[in-house]
Design a protein around this ligand. Structure first.
Ligand code: HEC
Length: 255
């Protein structure tokens, strides 16, 4: 046997064994990797854009048919019968309301806080300040009492049989609402032992505002207030127990 010269391009025996082993190892590893890759990609293969579009269209059409019909997934299916789908009803739950007498008394008492330093918490006044308890200007008409408050009072005045001669600046400004005016009148006419009982509506206060526009600026005198004691407001009063919106004074119809 002649010794073949070593072909540098061929591996020698030892090397070719190594190459075979390594080849097998590489093959094992790469087929495992390929299997894993296969597992991971199952179900994630890209879907044809046409299939995707077709499925989307079916979903959109089916969805709009189902939800537009009241019989399948409509409003009635999910809401107890008797509930009404209506903005007005759902906002009414948030409306603060109460019977007109208590709404007026609470509001009127709030405004009276700015009067009681002079007219006293019990409304009986003192030597300098005339009483609101038993005052003919308070009891006889909402016009005389509110005109006094809106314009102020100046000059000699006889209240409940006693003479006063002082001055009261106007107590409320032009932005005072009709609801506040009606509340103040009701509070004064039904506190401190006064028991007038008439429940004037906020709308009726417009008549006082009109009267006030017609008079010239300045304090009311006793003579002017005496005329207003005879003026009664037109229109219907509130029935006792009428439920009103605490903020607007609007009547809330019974359910
Ligand atoms: C700073 C003291 C003072 C305050 C505050 C005051 N008043 Fe008077 N008020 C007087 C005086 C003084 C008179 C009498 C004026 C006169 O002699 O001409 C008077 C008169 C009146 C009169 C007519 C006479 C009578 O006693 O019925 C009424 C009604 C009245 N006030 C209501 C009110 C109301 C309501 C408020 C609060 C919104 C108020 N006053 C706040 C001092 C005050």
């Amino acid at each position: 046997m002649s010794v073949q010269p070593i072909d540098p391009k061929k591996p020698d025996l030892e090397e070719s064994v190594n190459v075979a082993e390594q080849h097998a190892a590489v093959k094992n590893a790469s087929s495992a990797a390929a299997r894993e890759q296969q597992l991971r990609e199952n179900g994630l293969e890209p879907v044809s854009i046409w299939i995707f579009i077709a499925v989307s269209l079916v979903a959109i059409v089916a969805g709009s048919v189902l939800f537009s019909s009241n019989n399948l997934f409509g409003y009635d299916k999910f809401v107890k019968s008797g509930y009404v789908q209506d903005d007005e009803v759902s906002s009414e739950v948030l409306v603060p309301k109460g019977d007109v007498e208590s709404v007026y008394m609470v509001k009127g008492a709030g405004i009276y806080k700015q009067c009681m330093g002079c007219h006293q918490p019990d409304g009986k006044g003192n030597a300098s300040y005339p009483p609101l308890a038993g005052s003919e200007y308070v009891i006889d008409s909402p016009v005389s009492v509110l005109m006094a408050v809106i314009n102020g009072v100046d000059g000699p005045i006889t209240v409940a049989g006693k003479n006063y001669s002082g001055q009261m600046a106007k107590q409320i400004n032009k932005s005072t609402s009709n609801l506040e005016l009606a509340s103040l009148a009701y509070f004064l006419q039904n506190s401190f032992g006064n028991k007038v009982g008439k429940i004037y509506t906020p709308d009726q206060m417009e008549q006082i505002k009109i009267l006030n526009k017609d008079r010239s600026e300045g304090y009311c005198t006793a003579a002017e207030l005496d005329k207003y004691r005879d003026v009664q407001l037109e229109g219907d009063l509130f029935e006792p127990g009428t439920i009103i919106n605490k903020k607007t004074g609007e009547v809330i119809a019974p359910e």
